[in-house]
Design a protein around this ligand. Structure first.
Ligand SMILES: *[C@@H]1O[C@H](CO)[C@@H](O)[C@H](O)[C@H]1NC(C)=O
Length: 383
């Protein structure tokens, strides 16, 4: 039923929303003001058009010759992200960072999941992405919140209860069946390395997901005392092949063939149902992933998720980087760089997010775009 409704939503969206856009041609820009390269779609929300990044010489040749790329093209890299009005500025910066550092930006296909009742409407969000990234390969899917609303329990931070946080559980159902692998990224990240390297992660054996693991984190703390004292519940970890370790679900490489075959969406939902009856954890969408996958995750290099830059869940204090190289910065936690920068109270590392910001301010009579070539030189990625 859920599957059917999701599919119906996607079909509806493809025909009613995307079809008119396609008729206009994918390079059409809904509204453009003279004298600026910024486009206003949402009231007061303006983004500058991103530079047009092109494939390098060694990239797979696109057979479509500039026409719309099908998501079934086997040479594509698939990235799934949520798209919503609240974190929009983060999502736009994340996409910008990915294509800026990718060796083959035209070979990337974005799958955006938008909530049916987003205040900006999925259609407006689609127009906004199109106008900011005129040649981006992407598709927007409508996520019906009633799919998960009855499964969500209260958590320590209200933002964690947003149904869209659970969209990652449904990628296997929503994305085209020909998409057999996807990288899931949170909206509060910037990628400062070639995403192809992450895409090429090998998921050994029958592993379904890959993510950086943190085996020094105290795993006990992610679940309640009631959970650990119940041998049936905590037995979920005793069958794990390896010691279960914490991993962050904001950056994951997912094998969607194995995911669909193993019905992992259902396995995650079952733990959410347990949580509704007996409180077994305090965080949002993360613990069910730990319950299903911890101990059987392909360990990806830590450089691909320098997480926690948003500080803790209560105060959102400043954090420093973990030792080692950085390919992806992740502002998980309460503080978001765009909020702190706007409040003129940025943390030091928030300035690393700033060059990817395409938001254009015009409230006080000045325009201010961050994407000038000078500041973009901050990272020497593999462009
Ligand atoms: C992990 O946290 C639990 C609960 O606070 C504590 O009892 C345990 O000693 C901690 N383990 C380690 C290795 O720090």
């Amino acid at each position: 039923m859920v599957h059917f409704r999701l599919q119906a939503g996607v079909i509806f969206f493809t025909f009613v929303v995307l079809f008119p856009l396609l008729c206009l041609g994918i390079r059409s820009i809904p509204s453009r003001e003279a004298n600026t390269d910024a486009v206003e779609v949402l009231n007061g929300f303006r983004f500058a058009e991103a530079p047009d990044y092109r494939n390098g010489r060694d990239c797979p040749v696109s057979t479509t010759n500039g026409r719309l790329v099908s998501s079934c093209d086997p040479s594509l890299i698939h990235i799934a992200m949520t798209l919503d009005s609240e974190y929009l500025r983060g999502s736009i910066a994340a996409v910008h960072s990915v294509i800026k550092h990718a060796s083959c930006p035209e070979s990337i296909f974005f799958h955006f999941i938008a909530a049916e009742f987003d205040p900006a409407s999925p259609r407006v969000l689609t127009q906004l992405v199109r106008s900011t990234f005129p040649s981006l390969n992407f598709k927007v899917y409508i996520f019906r919140e009633d799919t998960v609303i009855n499964l969500i329990s209260s958590s320590i931070r209200q933002a964690l209860e947003n149904p869209l946080n659970y969209a990652r559980n449904y990628l296997g159902d929503m994305l085209d069946l020909c998409v057999d692998r996807v990288i899931y990224l949170d909206s509060d990240v910037v990628v400062v390395d070639d995403i192809h390297k992450l895409w090429n992660t090998k998921l050994s054996g029958s592993r379904v997901i890959g993510a950086p693991e943190y085996c020094h984190a105290n795993f006990t703390l992610y679940f309640t005392a009631g959970f650990w004292s119940d041998p049936v519940l905590s037995g979920a970890f005793s069958s794990a092949r390896r010691k279960p370790c914490y991993f962050n679900t904001g950056v994951m490489v997912m094998d969607l063939v194995r995911w669909r075959e193993g019905n992992y969406r259902r396995r995650i939902e079952k733990w959410m149902e347990v949580q509704r009856k007996t409180r077994i954890y305090d965080l949002g969408s993360l613990p069910p992933f730990l319950l299903v996958f911890a101990g059987d995750v392909e360990a990806i290099d830590h450089r691909w998720n320098q997480h926690g830059l948003g500080g803790d869940n209560v105060r959102g204090s400043c954090r420093s980087l973990h030792p080692g190289p950085v390919s992806l910065l992740h502002w998980s936690g309460k503080g978001k760089p765009w909020v702190r920068l706007d409040a003129k109270k940025p943390c030091k590392l928030d300035h690393l997010w700033e060059p990817y910001d395409l938001y254009v301010r015009n409230k006080k009579g000045y325009f201010y775009a961050h994407n000038d070539p000078q500041s973009m030189g901050l990272f020497t990625g593999s462009m």
